[in-house]
Design a protein around this ligand. Sequence first.
Ligand SMILES: [Zn+2]
Length: 332
Amino acid sequence: MGIFDKVKAVGKEVGIGLNAQEQYQRAYGKGVLLQPPDYSSAVKHFSKASEMFLQEGNADMVKLAKANAALYELIDKRDLNALPEVIQVLEPITEIPCIGSQDEMIQTSLLIAELRSLQYEQQAKECGNYADMTLEYMNAAEGFMKLGNAPLHISERLRLEGPVEKAVLRAFYCEGLSDYYSALSIIMSSPVQAHDHMQKAASSFRQAMVTDWSKTVDDHIAKVSSKSHCWMCGREMQGEDVFFKYYPAETEDYHTQLLESSNDDLRMIDNAGHVTVCTVCGSAIENQADRYATMRADEVRAWADQLFEQTTNVLKNHNERLCSLERVAHRH
Ligand SMILES: [Zn+2]
């Protein structure tokens, strides 16, 4: 090998004098295929390669290099707000190498479908109201369901909560979330309907095999389905902690007997030292108690302010006398 060839070889090793194809190849050799992979290096080399392909007028490779750069940047940064841009650069191409491979190809339509569903999930997290969350998660679920038993390609690398390996499991997970938020959106107007939605959510979470969510929803179901009469107004209410609460109170066996003899609802005192009170009666009592407490606190404050003022005046008076005494003492 001559001296110029040697210089060229060294140059290429550090990335100087590469052509576009070599630059593209470098994204794999110095990024994707490293153990562990260096995705930020891959992004850098794919981006550089796309510029070089542009100069060479190779439009197809420009698109491919750009799409790869966007995908690996998504995986590297895990910024889900970038999803719309990633989808946009994937759309003009039909096939792309699988993540982590150079030879195995995948149809971009599959990736786009996965990313669109993830985008719906992201929108659900950001929209901030239960009704919209219900819709966004339902859209995400429909997208994942269309992918059926296919494996997911990107979700696992984004460290998302919930199932990330199979599309169908993530579909059930999103369906569960949709029903869960639907239950929350409706609970104040209909605990009965909220109960139905919670039950659907529970069944979806079981199918998705997400035990933490199953437990959360089962706890909600127990509360939203429970009923009791209000000790104060006597109305039957459904939904513990929503439409009735347990308030501390003195209850004895005698009260149980009274309820039994009048065929009244024993659930009102099924928690020792408490009675169930509906949230209307309970809030009326609490608000009134708050008003009294505030009035009393204001009275105490006025009394204390007056007292402090008197004490301050006395101290000031003493101080003045002391000063005048000192002045007299100095003169002698
Ligand atoms: Zn009541």
